[in-house]
Write a protein that binds this ligand. Structure first.
Ligand code: ATP
Ligand code: MG
Length: 408
C-alpha cells in the first residue's frame, strides 16, 4: 500500500500520545482499497496529494486547534481552521491535508448545511454519501492499522456498486445526486438499484431546486475536472438533474458542442467556462469577475463573429478580439469552424503577442507629445506592425518621423 507522508505519521503520533485516535478517510482510502482489491494501475485513480484525516479527540482534553498549533510549531504547517465546522485545512509544500473531528451531522432541513457535533468514527462514516466513501483506516504511530468498514464499502468496491448508506441521503443533501452519477461513471460502477430508485425519487420530488447556486457551481466544477465529463453531463441530463435544478433543458447543439470540446481535450477551467455560458447561470450565482466576463463573451460572440468574418486586415481582427478574454477565445476556437476558427487561431498564436519595438520613452525622445498623442501613436504603430507595414525598429522610427513631419 502507498506510503503516507511524514506529516500524516506525525499527526497520528501526536494524537496517539494524547490518547486519541486518527483515521485516514475519504476518497484516498476508497482508491487504495479498490486498487488493492482489483489490481488497478495507480495512475487511473484519485489525486494522491490530498489527504483526509479524521481525528477523534474526545478521550483527550485537547482540541483540534491545539493539534494545528503543534503541527505549525513542529513542521511549519500553515492552516485554516473552521471553528464552526470542527474542520481545518493544513498546507504543506508537498501535500494538503483536510482535518476534521469525527462528527455526527444533523440536517435540520433538506438541502441545507448540517449542524455538527463530535462523535466517534462509526457515526462519522454514517453521515457520508456512499458506502465506498464510508471507509476508514486507523492511523497508528507506526503506520496504518485496521480498516473500518461498517457499511459494507469493501464489498461494494468488489461488486463495483455505488450505494447510499441510508434512504434519506439524497433528500438530506441533493448534491449527492451529482456525486452519485459522477462516481458511478468515473469508476465504471453501477448505481445499486435501491440507490437509483432513491435518486430518481429525490429528483422527481424536486429536492434539487433547494440547492444554493454556490453548491451547484461546485458540482459543475468537479465534473469539469473529470476525464469523463461528457458522459457525466449526459447522465445528469438523462436523470433530469438540469430540469430539477432549473427547469432547464439543454438547447439544440449543446451535446454536439460538448462532444467537440471534450474530443479536443478541453477540460477543467475551460470546460467549466463553457458550462457557465450555456447553462442558465445568472447573477445569483457567485462567479468571479473573470468567469463572468468569459461567460458573457462566449454567450455574445455572434455579434463579433459577423464582423470578424468581414475583417481582412490583421489589425481589424486584433481590434475585434483583443477585448475578448483569452479563455473564452480558447473555448470558441473549438466551437467554431472554418474561417472564424482560422482567425481565432491567428489571433491566439500570433497577433496577440505583436508589439511595436519602440517604447513610450523612445517616442517621447523623437518629439512625440505625451498623451493623447503618445497613446495614439503607439496604437497606430501597433496596427502598422500587425498589418506588416513595418517589420522592425528602424521602419517604425522612419514611419513615426513621417507622421510627425506631416503632422498626421
Ligand atoms: P475525489 O476522489 O473526487 O476527491 P472523494 O470521495 O475524496 O473523491 P471529496 O469530495 O474529496 O470526495 O470528499 C471527501 C469525503 O467526504 C468523501 O469520500 C465522503 O466520505 C465525504 N463527502 C464529501 N461530500 C459529501 C457529501 N455531499 N455527503 C456526504 N459525504 C460527503
Ligand atoms: Mg477527495
Amino acid at each position: 500500500m502507498t506510503r503516507l507522508p511524514q506529516s500524516c505519521h506525525l499527526i497520528a503520533e501526536i494524537i496517539e500520545n494524547w490518547g486519541g485516535r486518527s483515521y485516514l478517510v475519504g476518497g484516498l482510502v476508497r482508491d487504495w482499497l479498490y486498487r488493492s482489491l482489483e489490481n488497478v494501475p495507480a495512475d487511473s485513480i484519485g489525486n494522491a496529494q490530498d489527504f483526509d484525516i479524521a481525528v477523534d479527540l474526545r478521550a483527550t482534553n485537547r482540541t483540534l486547534l491545539q493539534l494545528l498549533k503543534q503541527l505549525h510549531r513542529r513542521i511549519g504547517a500553515t492552516y485554516v481552521y473552521y471553528h464552526r465546522f470542527l474542520t481545518a485545512t493544513l498546507h504543506l509544500p508537498e501535500e494538503r491535508i483536510d482535518l476534521a473531528h469525527t462528527r455526527d451531522e444533523i440536517y435540520p432541513f433538506p438541502a441545507v448545511l448540517p449542524e455538527v457535533k463530535p462523535a466517534g468514527i462509526e457515526r462519522d462514516l454514517k453521515r457520508r454519501d456512499f458506502t465506498i466513501n464510508a471507509l476508514a483506516i486507523e492511523l497508528t504511530k507506526h503506520g496504518m492499522g485496521k480498516v473500518i468498514d461498517p457499511y459494507g464499502g469493501q464489498q461494494d468496491l468488489r461488486q463495483r456498486l455505488v450505494r447510499v448508506i441510508h434512504p434519506e441521503s439524497f433528500v438530506d443533501d441533493p448534491t449527492r445526486i451529482f456525486r452519485c452519477l459522477r462516481f458511478g461513471i468515473r469508476f465504471g460502477f453501477e448505481i445499486e438499484s435501491g440507490t437509483l430508485y432513491l435518486l430518481r425519487r429525490a429528483v422527481k420530488d424536486g429536492y434539487l431546486a433547494l440547492l444554493t447556486p454556490e453548491r451547484v457551481l461546485y458540482e459543475l466544477r468537479c465534473i469539469s475536472k473529470e476525464e469523463s465529463a461528457l458522459k457525466m453531463l449526459e447522465a445528469l441530463f438523462r436523470e433530469g438533474v438540469f430540469a430539477g435544478c432549473w427547469r432547464w433543458f439543454p438547447p439544440r447543439g449543446f451535446f454536439t458542442e460538448l462532444t467537440r470540446l471534450t474530443q479536443a481535450g478541453i477540460r477543467d477551467e475551460l470546460l467549466y467556462l463553457y458550462l457557465l455560458s450555456r447553462l442558465p447561470i445568472d447573477n445569483r450565482f457567485p462567479l468571479t469577475k473573470e468567469e463572468r466576463q468569459a461567460q458573457a463573451a462566449i454567450r455574445s460572440f455572434t455579434a463579433i463573429e459577423t464582423r470578424l468574418r468581414r475583417a481582412r486586415k490583421r489589425s481589424t481582427m486584433y481590434r475585434l478580439l483583443k477585448p475578448v478574454p483569452v479563455p473564452a477565445l480558447k473555448v470558441l476556437r473549438v466551437l467554431k469552424g472554418g474561417a472564424t476558427r482560422r482567425k481565432l487561431d491567428l489571433f491566439l498564436n500570433e497577433l496577440i503577442a505583436v508589439k511595436p519595438d519602440l517604447k513610450p520613452l523612445d517616442l517621447l525622445a523623437l518629439g512625440v507629445k505625451p498623451d493623447p498623442q503618445l497613446g495614439k501613436i503607439i496604437e497606430r504603430l501597433l496596427c502598422a506592425r500587425l498589418d506588416r507595414r513595418v517589420r522592425n525598429r528602424d521602419e517604425e522610427l522612419a514611419l513615426t518621423r513621417r507622421w510627425l513631419t506631416r503632422n498626421v
